[in-house]
Ligand binder design. Structure first.
Ligand SMILES: *Cc1c(COP(=O)(O)O)cnc(C)c1O
Length: 375
């Protein structure tokens, strides 16, 4: 038997499915809801999360790299798997072997796929990404007509979808997203009308705040994991049932000690006690995704109360102030992300302490710690 870690991340399957159903209800049954499960499903575990969404009715999944797509298909998942970040030409055959759909952003990739398709005497469905204003991956609108025309002339490849991505869909002011939606809609009208193409561009922000951007399918990431892309603002704005965070992260107290006034705490003594202080030493540090930028700022929950981090976060250890919390002892549960008693710390609050966004918090905690699933 192997020893268990003091730290673990807990994932609620029920919350993942609640979020999927809530979003599907919001967009209506005429629009497909693709689950973005890249980055190990934002730290929630790609195979497990995809299976939960599949049970809630999901047929479309999105990953970043080809290797993720292969892993996901090997897990036995049915349905469409879109690979968004391209591929090394040497790996092109894997799209055929594992029935994955490449989202391409240049003509060369389509030519490679066409050659492999001919060799294998098979056909492959591909989708094109258009860059309508993100200035990231994608064919620029001016080049799109030409690329589409050439792709249609390639044997063995079948154009099955057209997509884009929004840079500012999480903003309360949807002006930019609406303008980009119009540009994309024009391209769709010109190039994809009368064709069997799946058209999609909306991410969580657009799903929530720009209904006209939904087209045939939407691609949800952060909202499936229970967070609003604009953080607490979004949660405040939401009417009716709310998204539910699916991840919590906890550790336990390793040692409790009381130090006198004037004690420097942790590396560099960036914090010096002004009075007698009781510390709880926690076996969690930046190695576990509890970043050093949380030093002196973050809080955790001990016995249902907030305890502040004192001094620097170390690689594997962190000290918190439990002076005002009675009877803390070694072994007590400490919640870093999630609820304990009447208190709760969510990913948006931690993100604020880190000067970041919930997305990064979930990836960090989820992908560096042991995950457990509850139903
Ligand atoms: C990650 C990603 C999404 C999902 O974005 P969220 O803001 O998490 O909903 C959608 N589309 C693409 C191409 C992505 O890379």
């Amino acid at each position: 038997m192997s020893a268990t870690s003091f730290n673990h991340v807990q994932i609620s399957r029920a919350a993942l499915q609640h979020n999927y159903r809530l979003l599907q209800k919001k967009i209506g049954s005429g629009v497909r809801l693709l689950a973005m499960v890249k980055a190990d499903a934002y730290g929630h575990g790609m195979e497990e999360a995809a299976l939960s969404f599949a049970h809630a009715g999901c047929h479309d999944f999105g990953v970043a790299e080809l290797t993720e797509g292969v892993r996901l298909r090997k897990s036995g998942l049915k349905g469409n798997i879109l690979v968004f970040l391209g591929f090394d030409p040497a790996d092109a055959a894997l799209f055929f072997d594992f029935e994955l759909t490449p989202v391409i952003f240049d003509l060369e990739s389509a030519e490679v796929l066409s050659r492999v398709a001919l060799q294998r005497n098979q056909k492959i469905a591909i989708q094109i990404k258009v860059d309508c204003g993100m200035s990231r991956l994608g064919v620029l609108p001016n080049d799109l007509r030409d690329v589409v025309k050439k792709i249609k002339g390639l044997p063995g490849v079948q154009l099955s979808g057209l997509c884009s991505h929004f840079p500012r869909a999480d903003e309360a002011d949807a002006t930019h997203t609406a303008a980009q939606t119009s540009l994309f809609a024009e391209l769709v009208k010109e190039l994809a009308e009368n064709e069997e193409l799946t058209v999609h561009t909306a991410n969580s922000g657009a799903i929530l705040y720009c209904p006209e951007s939904r087209f045939d399918m939407v691609r949800a990431g952060i909202s499936l994991y229970g967070y609003y892309p604009d953080g607490h603002e979004g949660a405040k704005r939401a009417e009716g049932e709310k998204l539910r965070p699916a991840m919590s992260f906890s550790t336990r107290v390793l040692q409790v000690k009381t130090v006198p006034a004037g004690s420097g705490i942790s590396y560099g003594h960036t914090f010096v006690t002004e009075h007698e202080t009781t510390l709880a030493v926690l076996p969690v540090g930046y190695e576990d995704g509890f970043l050093r930028s949380l030093s002196g700022r973050a809080e955790v929950l001990v016995k249902g109360k907030r305890a502040r981090v004192l001094g620097r976060v170390c690689m594997n250890l962190t000290m918190v102030d439990v002076t005002d919390i009675l009877n803390v002892t070694a072994g007590d549960e400490v919640v870093i992300l999630g609820a304990q008693g009447d208190e709760e710390i969510d990913g948006d609050e931690i993100a604020q302490w880190m000067n970041s966004i919930s997305y990064e918090v979930l990836c960090l905690f989820g992908n560096t710690n042991e995950r457990r699933y509850i139903t």
